[in-house]
Ligand binder design. Structure first.
Ligand SMILES: Cc1ncc(COP(=O)(O)O)c(C=O)c1O
Ligand SMILES: [Zn+2]
Length: 369
């Protein structure tokens, strides 16, 4: 099973699996697969991401660090609408797919170098990396925004990671996490190509759980872009391998406040607010480093993008909870976007639709009225 890790812009090969930037132009790296997806190679007795171990060839099977992530339920919500319950992952979000792959690939090298891992996150990815670091016996330092949600902050600490709160916006958090310090290995999930690549497994699962008949439309929330790029990567791999007939329409869902992808995709000018205070507190990347890559990929697969307002997010959140699906407001953004497109007749009830519910409601700071 061959693969290459290369620059997404100039094609320069990465210097090694620890790297997260192109050695010549500094742009994001990408994992390129040089093999087909073959359903016969699925390890069917394994009900985690690692049933697809054969398709992550840079991880040695004896190195796998797992908490039982993936193979999450795919449930029918209404006649043509399905939910993928990523909120049921071990740390409460889809991020565990990226963390299991990243930490499995890097933990031995990190330990040999006597290093600890450093990560920056609005909360969920930090909690996830902290959990997998704990399972691997690695030290972790997680940098978070000053206004991180209380339950996410607590969760990271309970996993035994050191947490550093950074004032002054999301990009300051990244700067601090990347600052060179002795023994520090920056594994930031947004830039690290292996984290993003782990999310490919989500597309494989959706296709497999639907008997290789993929939905016509897939709605997902977008902030930094690891989810959308991973999912597009997985579906494209299945199309190129002739396992599925066509790409689903990928619909990128953002909040009005944090919508750089929406604006760039529609050739509109985006002015971020002075302060992000949306209830969708996981969607905070106003200037994502993967933006060019997201726009290019979404255009190549003929996707679409929608923005939703605060009241639409809140209504979607309470609607979902009222039907028994308790997810974070950031996840409800995707359901809100679906409802909005239905109302505007940009989507039809007849389309087979899948909505990815990305994170658990148990971490929300909202209080019931
Ligand atoms: C619950 C939840 N949904 C969606 C997202 C968006 O994912 P991405 O940043 O990969 O675009 C995040 C990111 O933090 C998240 O925590
Ligand atoms: Zn480059």
């Amino acid at each position: 099973m061959r693969y290459k890790i290369r620059c997404s812009v100039c094609g320069q090969p990465s210097a090694g699996v620890l790297n997260f930037r192109c050695p010549s132009c500094g742009q994001p790296l990408d994992v390129q697969l040089q093999f087909d997806f073959e359903a016969e190679k699925i390890q069917r007795s394994d009900h985690t991401v690692w049933r697809y171990a054969k398709f992550f060839p840079y991880v040695k099977e004896t190195d796998i660090i797992t908490l039982g992530e993936g193979w999450t339920p795919l449930v029918r919500f209404s006649t043509n609408v399905y939910f993928k319950l990523e909120n049921l992952n071990p740390t409460g979000s889809f991020k565990d797919r990226g963390s299991t792959v990243l930490v499995s690939a890097l933990h031995n090298l990190t330990k040999k170098a006597g290093s600890y891992v450093s990560e920056d996150s609005s909360g969920n990815a930090g909690a996830s990396v902290a959990a997998y670091a704990a399972r691997a016996g690695l030290r972790a330092r997680i940098y978070v925004p000053e206004d991180v949600s209380g339950p996410k902050f607590n969760q990271i600490q309970f996993y035994g990671a050191e947490v550093v709160k950074v004032p002054g916006g999301r990009s300051r958090v990244t700067e601090e996490a990347q600052k060179a310090e002795r023994s520090k290995l920056y594994v930031g999930h947004i830039l690290h190509p292996l984290f993003r690549d782990g999310i490919r497994s989500l597309a494989y699962e959706i296709a497999e759980q639907l008997g290789w008949h993929v939905p016509e439309r897939v709605y997902l929330p977008v902030s930094a872009g690891t989810l959308i790029l991973g999912v597009i990567g997985g579906f494209r791999h299945l199309v190129e391998s002739n396992v599925i007939e066509a790409m689903p329409k990928i619909v990128a869902c953002q909040t009005i406040q944090v919508s750089p992808l929406y604006h760039r995709f529609k050739n509109l000018r985006y002015t971020p607010p002075m302060k992000v205070d949306s209830i969708a507190d996981a969607l905070v990347s106003v200037n994502p480093p993967l933006l060019d890559l997201m726009v290019k990929s979404l255009r190549e697969v003929n996707g679409d993008t929608v923005i939703v307002e605060e009241n639409e997010i809140f209504n979607a959140f309470t609607d979902l909870a009222g039907k028994g699906f308790f997810v974070e407001p950031s996840s409800a953004v995707a359901y809100a976007a679906y409802k909005k497109q239905l109302k505007n007749k940009e989507a039809s009830k007849n389309d087979k639709t899948l909505i990815i519910l990305t994170g658990t409601g148990l971490k929300t700071m909202l209080k019931p009225s």
